[in-house]
Ligand binder design. Sequence first.
Ligand SMILES: Cc1cc2nc3c(=O)[nH]c(=O)nc-3n(C[C@H](O)[C@H](O)[C@H](O)COP(=O)(O)OP(=O)(O)OC[C@H]3O[C@@H](n4cnc5c(N)ncnc54)[C@H](O)[C@@H]3O)c2cc1C
Ligand SMILES: O=C(O)[C@@H]1CCCCN1
Length: 391
Amino acid sequence: PNTAQKNGDFDCIVIGAGVQGSFTAYQLAKKNKKTLLLEQFVLPHSRGSSHGQTRIIRKAYEQNFYTHMMEECYELWAQLESEAGVKLYRQTGLLVMGPEKSENYQNIKDTLQTNKVPMVVLTHDIFSQHIPNVNLAKGDGALVDTTAGVLFADRTLKTVQGQFQKLGGVIRDNEKVTDIKPGPVVRVSTSVGVYHAKSLVITAGPWANKLLANTGLQLPLEVVKINVCYWKEKVPGSYSMKQRFPCFVQTECLESKVHIYGLPSNEYPGLMKVCYHMGSKTDPDQRDLQKDRSDIEILQHYIARCFPGLIPEPAIVESCLYTLTPDHHFVLDYHPAYSNIVIGAGFSGHGFKFGPIIGKLLCELSLGEVPSYDLSPFHIRRFQSKRNSAL
Ligand SMILES: Cc1cc2nc3c(=O)[nH]c(=O)nc-3n(C[C@H](O)[C@H](O)[C@H](O)COP(=O)(O)OP(=O)(O)OC[C@H]3O[C@@H](n4cnc5c(N)ncnc54)[C@H](O)[C@@H]3O)c2cc1C
Ligand SMILES: O=C(O)[C@@H]1CCCCN1
């Protein structure tokens, strides 16, 4: 402990206690850094991107760099589970379906094969033996990433925030950051007080650009609202986690070029979560005014055709926000003008599973260490022509 520090002084301040900020703060505390995690809302809350009971974890990706990161990331999830004595992951497998000859489907298959990820290819003649109550479309290929499963999201946030506090980390919720003054010592003002730190990490999810405006930077991020739909099983339990029904991703289909995905029924007994991987643009502070439900019609047609055991009418519709980058790859980088400000943003609807590794990487960046992975796919400079910066 550094006794020379004043009360409001920290080695590092992390803004945003979603999955990414919470894991980053936890990693910093593990490295004995005096860390403050600031959150605008009372925790836990459901206004951002990390709430809800479940998320998919998988190694099935089109790009090798994500599959590589997931190798270590699974170990970090298991470490956290054993350290905290809680169950955060349940293996179910992920069924990937899509036009056999399409680029998306083939890329996923290639990545799994190249990286020797355990998988099973299901041909049409054996499909229904393995996956009951699903109609595989003609011309579609199907495979199962057997390493995949479900993460318990709300439980994850509670656990990682708890571990952070056990390590001496400070969480202040219900405290919105209102201003950032960059410098060798960064000054962060909130609705309650002023804090100083040697370094700052911004993991503000859909609010990233609102905060970055204080530092003269804007990233090409688009916030969209996702309708999180739950569908009733005609026979309760037919798609349930207990019966080891897998998660699924349909890469494209008759109804849509956009992914449709689902998780086995679990949190609401008798209801399966099936969603459309896109939504309509919104402001995170006004998301309830965004009422576009056109995706639900697409889901209804898809479900009626491919999931005959579900009633094709959503029983529950919740909401959640995605923060999309143009290429749907993350932003993990230094602020272009200030080397002691690190940004984790634009998780584009697929960042939860990477939480532990993103925490580790943002911690490495903020300590000036060489990051464990090649971060070039995540650099801000890839947006060069699109970046609208006041710097
Ligand atoms: C419907 C849905 C399904 C998804 N499915 C999957 C999946 O299956 N698998 C997967 O891996 N990922 C999935 N994701 C994506 C994943 O959940 C997100 O990538 C991840 O939660 C992003 O976390 P975050 O920490 O960046 O953002 P957030 O969780 O939004 O956290 C940012 C935090 O910053 C706080 N904040 C913002 N501004 C301020 C301020 N000024 N002062 C203080 N605090 C502030 C916010 O209140 C918020 O708590 C899904 C997302 C959604 C919405
Ligand atoms: O990150 C995931 O695994 C899921 C897959 C489908 C789209 C939404 N996110």
